[in-house]
Design a protein. Structure first.
Length: 290
């Protein structure tokens, strides 16, 4: 039976996409992670505040429970059990997986000298490589193109490209990032293409291979950054700029992606795989009674 002493947490962020981390190595503390509890933890006034919760748990625990597939866990020791701020489950989080890797390294739970850190996610295993000074590169896997679609905010609509990065995205090029309005409610999107909701990115060009984005995250609202969204934006931008075909580029294409909370770099490889680089920061640790 867990006590409040078990309820350890850490708080961290990647380009200000912020998360509550719940160490629960053997899955004995948080059970199935109640959605209402996640929402309370993420509440910015009555809770700790966060765009999502990451339960730090051994992959084998979730596989044994039938909570995730053996494919998603692969040979990883650690799993990113990710929840959005409203308690809903997401397959992947590109900023969160760097923050989790940083925690595993700083807590001595993995040896960074042993090579890239494999982390299980519901979007498959991701490998994270420390770059030094709190920077990490993540092999985000292939981007799967979902085709042309449309998104809307209020009366305005835009053409968008659907991209699956393990989780679903729609990327719309806009004239000005302010065109997306206050993003207090989820943009309109095609429920046929996105039966489980979608993360929507609005993009403007800044320079050659340099774009800026805002995002409305499924289950969390507007956030200061989204790593999977940045990779979707990378792919949509490279296609729009004629630097790649649907299968990927002939040579690696690298973009700088400015987000409200900082700067990310994404690379689309000829193999079709994408890599995301950016910072990971831990800001607090403690115990919560929530
Ligand atoms: N912030 C994340 C994505 C988090 C999950 C997303 N809201 C979803 O529901 O798919 C990122 O950095 O990728």
């Amino acid at each position: 039976m867990p006590t409040t002493d078990d309820y350890a947490f850490l708080k961290g962020h990647g380009t200000e996409n912020d998360f509550v981390l719940l160490p629960d190595h053997d899955g004995t503390v948080h059970g199935d992670l109640d959605p209402a509890r996640v929402a309370r933890l993420c509440d910015r006034r009555a809770g700790l505040g966060g765009d999502g919760v990451i339960r730090v748990v051994r992959s084998a625990v979730l596989v044994d429970r039938g909570a995730v597939t053996a494919h998603d866990a692969g040979a990883s020791e650690w799993f990113m059990d990710y929840r959005n701020a409203d308690g809903s489950v997401s397959e992947m989080c590109g900023n969160g997986v760097r923050v989790l890797a940083h925690h595993l390294v700083t807590a001595g739970l993995v040896d960074p000298a042993a090579g890239p850190i494999a982390i299980g996610t519901r979007g498959g295993v991701k490998t994270v490589t420390p770059l030094g000074r709190g920077g990490y590169a993540v092999d985000m896997g292939p981007a799967v193109l979902l085709g042309e679609t449309r998104v809307g905010v209020g009366e305005r609509t835009w053409p968008a490209l659907g991209v699956d990065m393990g989780n679903p995205h729609a990327v719309a090029v806009v004239g000005d990032l302010a065109d997306a309005g206050d993003l207090l409610v989820a943009p309109d999107a095609d429920p046929g293409l996105y039966p489980r909701g979608v993360n929507v990115e609005f993009v403007v060009r800044r320079d050659e291979r340099h774009v800026a984005m805002r995002v409305h995250e499924r289950g969390s609202g507007e956030t200061r950054s989204c790593g999977t969204g940045a990779c979707a934006v990378l792919v949509a931008s490279a296609l729009a700029d004629g630097l790649a075909g649907p299968q990927g580029p002939a040579e690696p294409v690298r973009y700088r992606i400015d987000v409200p909370g900082g700067v990310l770099y994404g690379t689309w490889e000829p193999s079709g795989r994408t890599t995301l680089s950016g910072p990971a920061v831990l800001v607090a640790s403690g115990r919560t009674d929530l």
